[in-house]
Every structure is written in structure tokens, then in C-alpha cells.
Design a protein around this ligand. Sequence first.
Ligand code: SF4
Length: 342
Amino acid sequence: MSAEGALLEVSGLKVYFPVEKGIIVRKRVGWVRAVDGVDFQVSRGESLGLVGESGCGKSTTAMAVARLEALTAGKVLFEGRDLAALNPTELRRARKDFQLVFQDPWSSLDPRMRVRDIIAEPMQIFARRGELDLDGAAIEARVASLMESCGLSKSFAERYPHEFSGGQRQRVGIARALALGPKLIIADEPVSALDVSIQSQILNLLKDLQRQFNLTFLFIAHDLAVVEYFCDRIAVMYLGRIVEIASSSQLNHMPLHPYTRALLSAVPLPDPAKERSRKRLILKGDVPSPSIERAGCPFRERCSEAMERCAHEAPRLSPPAPGGSGPAGPGHEVSCFLYQGN
Ligand code: SF4
């Protein structure tokens, strides 16, 4: 049953990729566990950020939610319907309601198409199939309106992607994502390829559009400062699992998991005095390979607070035990024995 108000519910999501060996006869010798049992919900109008280092599984989670990556296990409920159970026609229709904004606006736009055609194309495809009630004039008007909403002058309609800056190209990508009137936007590192000065403009645009079109966001980024600014809640991922989830302010002021604390300690502070005096938590080593099956806590090799128990038992994502290290807000969950009592 769908949780009240939840637009998207993901439960037990696993995405494994086979590791094969052999030149003539390929044989599977293992799995890369890119996403290894992820659960979260996103309410209507909310923005949930997935954050973590490269290879933590955040983008694969986003692709699996959009059904652009096959699920090994788990469910993705969108408005209560399991996307994994839809046939190709049903899935194509459902895609009208969830659209993607990609990291690299340059490679996500066809360089041979003019901006007006790039934005109009999804509407034309759905209109041709009788799944969208818009004629040519109405599509033209909607293209103009979307360009205006995304801060693009109507005079740009006849231009090609190479005539734009990176920020303008991302605006075109966003206008295209909005063309079919989606309810959910899956934004995969939407500002990480842009100059810092442009990042805030695009983030503010996305916030304005969220209010204007009542959008829900699944927002993927490796930069905790960006996610904190944009999102209502944040899920921190490590080795294909969520290790902590909380409201943005709770995570910022009361991070619990040692990995979250280390990530936050690397975010620059605007106050130079505070920045100089604060202590950085440096993580040991690299993220271990997701192709090795491991017992215990997936973070234990890099954790400065690991205990004996962490080597053979895996902590569950759960609210911190009362009386632990400070008050946790509602919905704050962490996957660490430091907060789970005995
Ligand atoms: Fe560190 Fe143990 Fe907590 Fe894992 S469970 S984060 S190893 S203290």
C-alpha cells in the first residue's frame, strides 16, 4: 500500500551487474553490487537528495527508478504503481510523469536540432500517438512558454545547442524535461558540469520551477553543499546502501554516521575564521570494490570508530536509540552500531 502523500516509494532496490570472464565462452564469475538494498520515499512536492562519493550507487539508483536500468530486486512504486511490473507500452505512457535532467547538457541535446525542436519533440511524439491532446500551434505556444519559464529568450528558439553556454544548454535540457508536464524530475548531477557562478542560477531556477509546477525532485549530487541548499531531505549513500537519511537541516547540524561527518567536514564554510579553525575528518583509503561480497558494516575499513562487532554484523538503517549522541529529528535514520544500543 502506498504511504500517504508519497509520490515515489522505493523498497529493497538492488541493481547488480554480472562480472564475466572468458574469451570464447563467457562465464559469470561474480556480481558488482551497484545498489544493494535501498529503501526511500519521496512525498509530493518534496526534494530528496542522494549524495555520496563516485561509485556509491546514487546514479544507478536514479537510473533504476527511471527504469533505464534493470532491477535485480525490489520495487519502485510511482503513485502506487510498480514501474517494474509495467509492459513497454505502459512504461512509455508512465514516463510522461517522470523525466530526467542529465549532468552534461552538451551530450544530452542533439546538436543537429534547433532549440524549439528539442523542446517540442517529446510533445510531438506523444501527440502523434494520441497520448497528448495538443496540436501544432498549442505545442509551439508551450515551447515559447517553457522557454520563458526557464529564462531563455524566445529569440533563441531557432538556434542550435552549440550556440549556447553550458548554463543556457542546461536550461534547454530542463525545458525539454518539463515539456510533458511531469510530476517527478530525476536530476542526475544537474549542476556539476557547470561553472560555480552558474550553478546557483540553475539551482534557483529549479527551485522556482518546483514552486511553479508543483514538482517533486529526486536530486543526485556528490556535492553535499549543493544538495543541502536544494533538498528538503538527504540520503547519504555508501557502497550501494543508504547509511543515513534526515532532513537537510538535521543532517547539517547533527550528522551521525561517521561517513556523513567526514563528508560534511570537507564542505567549505563561508566564514574564513570558522573555516581555518575547524577540524577536517580525513577518510582512510578508497571506497572498496562493490564486486567483493563482505560481511559486517560496509564502511568498517575506513571508519575510525569501528568496533569488533562491525566486522561480522551489518547495521540496519533505523532511528538512533534514545539517549544516544544528541537528539535526532523525526525521520532521521542511521545505519551504525554507535547509535543502535545492544
Ligand atoms: Fe563505523 Fe561500526 Fe558504525 Fe560501521 S557500524 S560506521 S564500522 S562504527
